[in-house]
Design a protein around this ligand. Structure first.
Ligand SMILES: N[C@@H](CCC(=O)N[C@@H](CS)C(=O)NCC(=O)O)C(=O)O
Length: 205
């Protein structure tokens, strides 16, 4: 299998950590790809994903699996199922819903980043930026209050939350999440003890 990848992408990092934790990392070839908002990549859009986003998992028969959540679910299945995502019952829907929140947090953070770094300065829209930052911040606050999610055995939520916090450090180093969210800070320190988390840290900004 191949995975379209960038070391800066929190979504790709999520898949990488999951693949390591599930013992599947050696089955995946990581293919660095450049997809930049505002710039076409016709080959990628045509052959891999019309959404022009990474990561995408390309199976040996050429079929594709996306997005990052579905890839992790696929890998979890390959590993026997129920390892990172509960196989059934209320816990499954809770994990899926919490993951949607974390996915939204990352989407909002990326939009903030694009607003500042990609959009021409004359079109910068502060209120829109702040609205998305507030969503990301409120999403983090939600997990600060979830002791169980921070302390139970490793699952998809802990991996996704780690990627959110790592991305906050990477792109918004002065945002102050550690001070505002001490339980998330302790959780992140604990997660950093895992080789999968350490090896996949985003490049130094
Ligand atoms: N929902 C997607 C989001 C993926 C995503 O936004 N990837 C970013 C990189 S971190 C991307 O490819 N951006 C390029 C673009 O939007 O042009 C997932 O979970 O995989």
């Amino acid at each position: 299998m191949k995975l379209t990848f960038s070391p800066a992408s929190p979504f790709a990092r999520k898949v990488r950590i999951a693949a390591i934790e599930l013992g599947l990392i050696d089955k995946i070839e990581f293919v660095p790809v450049s997809v930049v908002p505002g710039q076409p990549n016709d080959e990628y859009s045509r052959d891999i994903s019309p959404l022009k986003k990474l990561p995408v998992l390309i199976l040996d028969d050429g079929s594709v699996i996306l997005d990052s959540y579905v890839i992790v679910e696929y890998l979890d299945d390959l590993a026997g199922g129920g390892k990172l995502i509960p196989a059934s019952g209320a816990a499954r829907w809770k994990v899926k819903t919490d993951h949607s929140i974390l996915q939204g947090v990352l989407d909002s953070m990326l939009l903030c980043r694009y607003e500042k770094m990609v959009r021409p300065k004359e079109f910068y829209w502060q209120a829109w930026h702040d609205d998305h930052w507030n969503r990301a911040w409120a999403g983090m606050a939600r997990f600060e209050k979830q002791d169980d999610a921070l302390s139970r055995p490793l699952d998809m939520i802990q991996i996704a939350l780690t990627c959110v916090l790592g991305y906050a450090d990477f792109r918004f180093p002065d945002c102050g999440w550690r001070k505002a969210y001490p339980k998330l800070n302790a959780f992140h320190e604990k997660m950093l003890q895992r080789p999968s988390v350490k090896i996949s840290l985003p490049p130094t900004a």
